[in-house]
Ligand binder design. Structure first.
Ligand code: ADP
Ligand code: 5GP
Length: 207
């Protein structure tokens, strides 16, 4: 019998909205695997190569583009980021859900390549709060923060392309909403019809 495939979840939204914070919670569930991206940006203090990102040179990144190794890739706020394809496909085959924390342009490329992906757009409660979060995180230089903020509204304008939106005001509520989306997706009939019917047929046959 072929094993049940996992689901691909794409979590996107402007930088500083809380994607990383929410993904960390969701990843506590052993069914869910994080897709580690490749990037040409510098590692922040505490970030680990192979866990947070694969930090590579532009040359290495472009070699991977050339070889067709990415499910999607994009220039985000002036640096290159990409999702390695092999790991995503392997994890899905193993029956794990795969979580992508990627930007809005990359997310739309994933939707084209894998229309079954479940697309979640995370929104900040306001642009003012987004600024506070980026400044409070204190991981990026002021000019990097300005660049990220200047893109936020353009990114939000693409929300209509997504399956779900979640406003990250209270973090616990936002986490609960994302978990509820994942629970609802588990209960979708199309993948499951045969499995559901079989269970009751076996019962009736006394098997
Ligand atoms: P992203 O991954 O989308 O760039 P982060 O998860 O790094 O965003 O969050 C940006 C900053 O905002 C972090 O300092 C994080 O602790 C904080 N943060 C996240 N969610 C909330 C929230 N609901 N309320 C207040 N601060 C938050
Ligand atoms: P950061 O530099 O703050 O870690 O990430 C900046 C932005 O790049 C975030 O919006 C993050 O979601 C996005 N990002 C991270 N990995 C990828 C990736 O593999 N592909 C794309 N398109 N965006 C990514």
């Amino acid at each position: 019998m072929s094993r049940k495939k996992g689901k691909l979840y794409v979590i996107t939204g402007p930088s500083g909205t809380g994607k990383g914070s929410i993904c960390r919670e969701i990843l506590k569930d052993i069914e869910n695997e994080f897709s580690v991206s490749m990037t040409t940006r510098e590692a922040r203090t505490g970030e680990v190569h192979g866990k947070d990102y694969y930090f590579v040179t532009e040359e290495e990144f472009l070699e991977n583009v050339e070889k067709g190794n990415f499910l999607e890739h994009a220039n985000v706020y002036g640096k290159l980021y990409g999702t390695p394809k092999d790991m995503v496909l392997k994890q899905l085959e193993r029956g794990h859900n795969v979580i992508l924390d990627i930007d809005v342009q990359g997310a739309l490329q994933v939707k084209k390549a894998m229309p079954e992906a479940i697309m979640i757009f995370l929104l900040p409660p306001s642009l003012g709060e987004l600024r506070k979060r980026l400044e409070g995180r204190a991981t990026d230089k002021p000019e990097v923060i300005e660049k990220r903020l200047s893109e936020a509204l353009n990114e939000i304008k693409l929300v209509g392309e997504y399956d779900y939106y979640v406003v990250n005001d209270d973090i616990d509520e936002a986490i609960a909403k994302v978990k509820s989306i994942m629970t609802a997706e588990k209960c979708r009939v199309p993948d499951k019809a045969k499995e559901i019917i079989k269970k009751y047929e076996m019962e009736q046959k006394g098997e």
